[in-house]
Design a protein around this ligand. Structure first.
Ligand code: FES
Length: 163
């Protein structure tokens, strides 16, 4: 397991300090930590457990219950492919396979170069655009925008390629 740097540890301490006396502090803290670091490191759960006097298992339970939290570091660009019914019948599996091939990231994992993560998700509530893919939060309705999506992924690959 990679050790967190001092800046990340200080950030976690600050988040805990700011929220520890609020109502429902666990989710507030986890949201900020997830947004800043891209995942919830074990050290964060340890520090929260100590500060809130709650068992780590309780915090870990919250992390694993909500799909927006992850204990694995994500890639620089996060691609989510909806596999809900409307998206699936409109070809999202084919798009997912294409993205896996283009990025080298496995489904629900991160590419070895750390550039891309791919998540397979359930319905994201945009069925009218099915099949739906989002890249770093930008939504693509892929029937019309598949070429745009491919270009974006290729651009990111080029940007990150060693010179
Ligand atoms: S099924 Fe994909 S957005 Fe609803």
């Amino acid at each position: 397991m990679k050790k967190l740097n001092q800046k990340s540890l200080d950030f976690i301490d600050d988040v805990i300090y700011r929220h520890k006396d609020e109502k429902g502090p666990i989710k507030l803290m986890l949201h900020e930590i997830q947004n800043e670091l891209g995942y919830i490191p074990f050290e964060a759960m340890e520090k929260m457990s100590e500060a809130l006097d709650e068992p780590i298992a309780k915090i870990y339970g919250v992390v694993t219950f909500y799909s927006q939290f992850t204990t694995e570091p994500k890639g620089k660009h996060v691609i989510s492919v909806c596999l809900g019914t409307a998206c699936y019948v409109n070809g999202s599996q084919t798009i997912l396979d294409l993205l896996v091939e283009m990025t080298g990231a496995p489904v629900n994992g991160t590419s070895q170069d750390g550039v891309f993560s791919i998540d397979a998700t359930r319905c994201v509530g945009a069925c009218g655009l099915a099949p739906v893919v989002s890249v770093d939060g930008t939504v693509f309705g892929c029937t019309k925008q598949l070429e745009d999506l491919k270009m974006l992924v290729l651009d990111y690959k080029k940007e990150e390629a060693p010179a």
